[in-house]
Design a protein around this ligand. Structure first.
Ligand code: RM4
Ligand code: MN
Length: 383
């Protein structure tokens, strides 16, 4: 089984997956939860150590603010990982009740723009190239504010952030169809995100979070379309039964994950040159955090390995012949291929454990953090 395309494939993990979080209801605390950004990075590094798949950790600002970025960076690098995308956070400040970059008041928009400039400064120090923006902005009631006016303010605010970027920095713009507001979000869909990215320029592209669509949406179509116009900058993987459920990627609908990765493979976008940053955006609630992340990156690897088994020539031939069932069968054959043994062999050849989850259980790491992380407060999702 040819899996060599996996050699250069990486997944970025989120710092916020390791704290106690995952729901707006009861948050169940886990022993050994991280108390600061350093401990989050240490936990994330376990995922990479055991899977070889996750060499970068996304950070969230202000949740992960530290006094000395070169020190946090050195801590990460010592553990074999790098600091990845910087996520701005404009959803936890009283000033943002009516929005951030789209707010009716210039003072609040300026504050949100300044926050993004701070994130760009953080990137200069962490060596990150990606600024990831998810805006909580939206309206709860028709007439509450001008839909059109908010788009104009958004365009202007984004332009100011873009103008402050260095040549090697990218702006990644995420969309979400509802939540925290329900009548209208200011970036509800990929079309809106794309319109703004096209206006900004080459270094702006769309983030597709798999949990941010209405039920039944054909996400692989969106993936294909954004790749087609070279505007897919990043993924936030997770899975959902209803809305933004934040569950382990590939758990709710492994076939959807395969379909998404099939589009990616058929367009060569799994290769690093494509510039697509594959990330997880998940918050674990009832499951253990580190094993939850290990399972997640393995699920993506497995779906990608299956997608790599699609016989592209046979598929193209069946499509040209109009062989409906034949073409469908080529795809299903790949999906039904059991790649688990080949992936375990490959891990072993690369000096990794055949079963990373079992290796984590035997490593003693969970027991060690449960006993040594005493004093200080465990973090609830971010801070
Ligand atoms: C948002 C969005 C962002 C993530 C935060 C934590 O819903 O998905 O990507 O940074 O949650
Ligand atoms: Mn996201």
């Amino acid at each position: 089984m040819n899996l060599s395309a996996l050699d250069d494939f990486t997944i970025e993990v989120p710092s916020w997956a390791y704290g106690n979080s995952g729901t707006r209801f009861k948050v169940f605390t886990m022993p050994g939860g991280p108390r600061n950004p350093y401990e989050k990075i240490s936990d994330a590094a376990q995922v990479n150590r055991l899977t070889g798949l996750a060499p970068r950790v996304s950070i969230h600002i202000p949740w992960d603010l530290v006094d000395d970025w070169s020190d946090l960076r050195a801590h990460a690098e010592k553990l074999g990982v790098k600091l990845g995308a910087v996520n701005s956070n404009v959803f936890q400040d009283d000033d943002y009740k009516l929005g951030s970059l789209c707010h009716p008041e210039k003072r609040v928009r300026d504050k949100a723009i300044a926050h993004h400039k701070l994130c760009l400064d953080v990137m200069r120090q962490t060596g990150s190239t990606d600024l990831k923006i998810w805006l909580p902005d939206g309206l709860n009631y028709p007439g509450q504010d001008s839909l059109r006016g908010r788009q104009d303010r958004l365009a202007d605010s984004l332009q100011q952030i873009y103008a402050a970027m260095d040549d090697d920095q990218r702006l990644l713009l995420e969309y979400k169809f509802f939540e925290p507001y329900f009548y209208s979000m200011d970036i509800p869909d990929w079309g809106t995100s794309l319109v703004h990215c096209l206006a900004l320029g080459d270094r702006a592209s769309v983030v597709l979070d798999t949990g941010h669509h209405a039920p039944g949406t054909n996400i692989e179509f969106i993936v294909m379309q954004l790749l087609r116009v070279k505007k897919l900058g990043a993924f936030d993987f997770n899975s959902r039964f209803y809305a933004d459920d934040d569950l382990i990627v590939g758990s709710a609908d492994p076939f959807q994950l395969f379909r998404i990765l099939s589009e990616i493979v058929s367009l060569g976008a799994h290769r690093p040159e494509s510039g697509v940053n594959f990330m997880l955006d998940q918050c674990h609630n009832i499951e253990e955090k580190i094993p939850g992340q290990i399972r997640s990156v393995l699920n993506v690897e497995q779906a990608l390995a299956k997608a790599l088994q699609v016989d592209q020539e046979a598929l193209a031939a069946a499509q040209v012949e109009g062989d409906v069932l034949g073409a469908h069968a080529v795809l299903m054959d790949a999906y039904e291929t059991d790649v688990r043994g080949a992936l375990a062999d490959r891990r072993e050849q690369r000096g990794l454990p055949r079963d990373p989850l079992a290796a984590y259980r035997h490593s003693g790491y969970a027991e060690s953090i449960a006993t040594t992380r005493t004093g200080g407060a465990q973090l609830s999702w971010g801070a």
